[in-house]
Structures are given as C-alpha cells and as structure tokens.
Design a protein around this ligand. Sequence first.
Ligand SMILES: NC(=O)c1ccc[n+]([C@@H]2O[C@H](COP(=O)([O-])OP(=O)(O)OC[C@H]3O[C@@H](n4cnc5c(N)ncnc54)[C@H](OP(=O)(O)O)[C@@H]3O)[C@@H](O)[C@H]2O)c1
Length: 249
Amino acid sequence: MRWRNFREVLRQLPDLGGKIVDTARIYGSSEEVIGSIVESLGNRDKLFLATKTPMNGDLSDIAGAVDLAFTRMKVKKLDLIQVHNFYGTDQFVAEFRKRKDAGQVRYMGVSTSTDNQYDQLADAMRKYPLDFIQVDYSIDNRSAADNILPLAQERGIAVLVNMPFGGRRNAASTFSKVAKRELPDWAGEIDATSWAQVFLKYCVSHPSVTAAIPGTTKPHHLLDNQGGARGRLPDAAMRKEIEKYWDSL
Ligand SMILES: NC(=O)c1ccc[n+]([C@@H]2O[C@H](COP(=O)([O-])OP(=O)(O)OC[C@H]3O[C@@H](n4cnc5c(N)ncnc54)[C@H](OP(=O)(O)O)[C@@H]3O)[C@@H](O)[C@H]2O)c1
C-alpha cells in the first residue's frame, strides 16, 4: 500500500505542476525507492531530483560517497546535491564543484532543519558559492526569517523550505491547532481552500523562498498541497495577518 502511494505521489507530482523531489542518504532506502519508481515511471525529465550527503562515516572517499547518490537514485545527473547538516562541508563542497564542472550536478547547496545550526549555515552561505540552501521555516517556526532568509536574498542563494508543516513529527500538532476552525475569510483572498494551503502559501510568499518541499505519503495530500502553488499569494500585509491569527491560537 505504502509503495503504491509513493508511486502515485511521484507519478502525479509533475502532472499537477510540481517538480522537486528531495531525499537524503540518511532516509533509509528513500534514494533507492525514488530511483526505482522514477525509472519505472520514466518521468525523470519532468522532475528536479535533490539529495544530500551522508551525515556520518568515512570522509576519506568523498568521491565514492557522492557516486553512491547517482547509483542509488539510478540517474546520470542530479539537479541538486546538498551537504546534510554540515558533515564534511569543506570536502563535499570541493567535490560538488568538480561534479558541476563535469555536468553531473546542476546545483549545489547545504541543508539543515534546526536553529542551532544557523550560525554554521550563515558561515557556509558567506564562504562557499552555494546555489541553494535548505532550511526549516513554517508559520509555527519563523526564526529562519530573522537572519538566514535575508542573507539568502542578499547573496542570491535559492531557498528550499523543509518542514513547512513543522516537520513529520510535529505536523499533527500544527494541523490539530486549526482542526476545528473554519478557514477565515481572508483565506479566500489568497485562494487557499485548506489549512495546508494557507501554511504553504505563507512559506512560499516570503520574498527569499524559492520553493517549499512538504513531505507526504498520500496522493490526496499531494493534491491539496499542489493547490498551495496556485492562485494568489499573501502580500506583506496578509503575511502579518496570518501570523497574527496563528499567534492568537
Ligand atoms: N535536515 C534536513 O535537511 C531536513 C530535515 C527534515 C526534513 N527535510 C526535508 O523536508 C521534507 C519535508 O519534511 P517533513 O516531511 O518532515 O515535514 P512537513 O512537510 O512539515 O510535514 C509532513 C507531514 O505533514 C503531513 N501532511 C502533508 N501534507 C498534508 C496535508 N495536505 N494535510 C495534512 N497533513 C499533511 C504528512 O503526512 P502524510 O504523509 O500522511 O501526508 C507528514 O506527516 C522532507 O521530505 C525532507 O525532504 C530535510
């Protein structure tokens, strides 16, 4: 059942206008599962495939560690490769640059999902020629907006927002806060028809944000979330309105 759902999500994503599929070495067999499904669907060219480097282990064979991503994902080219939580950043970024020059990787970046790595993230953004950062940001967790998002804008670095619902472990509590509440009238002004769409539109309307990467195992959630990519987005005043509403709960 789960495999069938994963396959449906990856089949429908590009048909619904989505592109980005983000995974990581540390997510169990996720790289292989995505690689196998995408290979069998034959829709690799419609997707933007991103993965991350290992978060532990031997740093003496960096090239081998990067090669494994291509093997596991069954692709010759990756759209984005990211250093995961700053493990071996110097070594991996040096290798990414070679892979970009060789045309094997389109973009390189670094990824975190925790405030206590924001100093390292800011240092990396100043030190390396990064194309992307990936960072946690949501209506319930806005600290990336203090320094990281403005710095990304200043340096012209694209931003992927991970955990836009607060993360797999906390999403239930994010949604439960609004579970019994009707969407306020202002949701209509941003063409949001669900709370998930409000949360996503809040994330992607930040001027620094390039895209959000909500996680889902369910095709009906994919359909809902893709609605967050359509219609009007909140402007600065509406973003404040959403924050005010959330903070009052
Ligand atoms: N350090 C890092 O680099 C890092 C860390 C964490 C995450 N990430 C990246 O960010 C992605 C997203 O993170 P995440 O999955 O932990 O957090 P998330 O996107 O904030 O939350 C996902 C949770 O929300 C639920 N959900 C999704 N769409 C929904 C909808 N429309 N209505 C109600 N519930 C919905 C999902 O359940 P269902 O499965 O039932 O849909 C899942 O439990 C990951 O896949 C990963 O690529 C990166």
